[in-house]
Design a protein around this ligand. Sequence first.
Ligand code: COA
Length: 378
Amino acid sequence: MTDSPPEDKPAAEADQASRPYSPGLEGVIAGETSLSYIDGAQGRLLYRGFRIGDLVAHGTYPAVANLLWTGEWDPGHRLPTGPVPEPVLTTLRAIPATTKPMDALRTAISAWGTTQDLPWPPTVEQARALTAFSPSALAAFARLRAGQEPVTPDPSLNLVEGFLYQLTGTRPDAATARALDAYFIVGAEHGFNASTFTARVITSTRSDIASAVTGAIGTMKGPLHGGAPSEVVDQLAKVGSREHAEEWLRDALARGERLMGFGHRVYRAYDPRAAALRTVAEGMEHKPDWLALAIEVEDVALRILAEKHPERPLKTNVEYYAAPVLMGVGLSPDLFPATFSLARHAGWTAHVLEQASANRLIRPDVNYVGPAERDLPS
Ligand code: COA
C-alpha cells in the first residue's frame, strides 16, 4: 500500500491513491477461469476438475490440450506436429546459430503469424494449428544450428513423439516419448502465471493468437518465470555425491543461495507435479546417472530447509523432477525453457479462447506518484 496522497491533490487523484495497490498484483483476483485449480495448501492441481496425477497416468498431451480447449475428455484424441511454412524456415535459417532457443521459438511463432489468416475471435482450430506448429519449429531450429536439415513431420506420430523424432531424426522408444509426454501434461497449464496473463492481456485487445503466444514467450523467457531445471542439473553436479550433500547444501544456504527445485510462491505442500514426474523419472528406461543422487539429495534438502525455515514449508517443486525427465529423454539443458514453452501452449491458447469468449479489455488503473500539476519553467 502507498502513503495517502498529499492533501492538496485533487479529488480524482485522492480517490485513485486511496484504492488498494498490491505490488506484482500479488493476491489480486484478476479474472475468472474454468481451466485449472491450484490448491497450494494441500498440493492439488486440477485441470477442468481432473487431478493432474490421474491425467498423467491415463492421458496424453493431445488429450489434455483438447480437454483444456473444449472441456471434453477424449483420451484417444490425437494431434500430430504441424508443418513449418517456408517463410518461417527462411527466418530460422537467417538468425544466428547462437540464438537462444526461446528467442528462436518466439521469432518462429511471430513469423508463423504472418503466414496465417487469424481472424477474431480465436478458434480451437487456431489453437490446434499453433500448438502443432511450435514443436516442429523448435526442432527445426535445433537441427539448423547444428548444421543439419529439418526433419519433415510424420503425421502418424502424436505430438510429443513427433517432436522427438524431428529433433533427433529417429523415432523415440515408447518409454522415452511417454516420459516427455508426462512432462508436457504437467507443464500444460497453471492459472494466472505471468506469461498466461500476458497472453490474456494481448487477447483482450482483440489481437490474434500468434501475437498472444509470441508475447507469452517473451514473458516466460525471463529467469523469474522460465524455470530452473537446468539449474537443478548444475546444482546436483556440484553436490557430486550423497556423502557431500549435507555439507554442500548447508554451505550453499549459508552463502545465501537458494536450493534449486525447492519452494514455490503458491504451493506450501509437495508440488503434485513433482510427485507425478518423480514416478515418471523412476520408471524411465534411460535414467540420467544422477537420478538416484537426486532422490537422496531431496531428502537431505527437505530436512535442512525444514530446520532453517520452520515457519515456511519449503517443499520440492516441479522443476526438481523435470530435470531428470528432460535429461533422460536426451534434451540438452539449453532447450529446457523452450520445451517448457511448448508444453504451456495448451494452457496459453486455452486462456486465449476463454478470454475471447467473455472479453473485456484488460486495462487496470495506476497510482500517479509524480509531481503535482505545475507550470513549465519560463
Ligand atoms: N532455498 C532456500 N531458501 C528458500 C528457497 C529455496 N529454494 N525458497 C525460498 N526460500 C526462503 C527465502 O530465502 C526466504 O527466506 P527469508 O525470509 O529468510 O529471506 C523465504 O524462504 C521466503 O522466500 P520468498 O522469496 O519470499 O518466496 P517466494 O514465494 O517469492 O519464492 C521461489 C518462490 C520459487 C522463487 C523460491 O522458492 C525459489 O527461489 N526457489 C528456487 C528456484 C526454483 O526452484 N524455481 C522454480 C519454481 S517452480
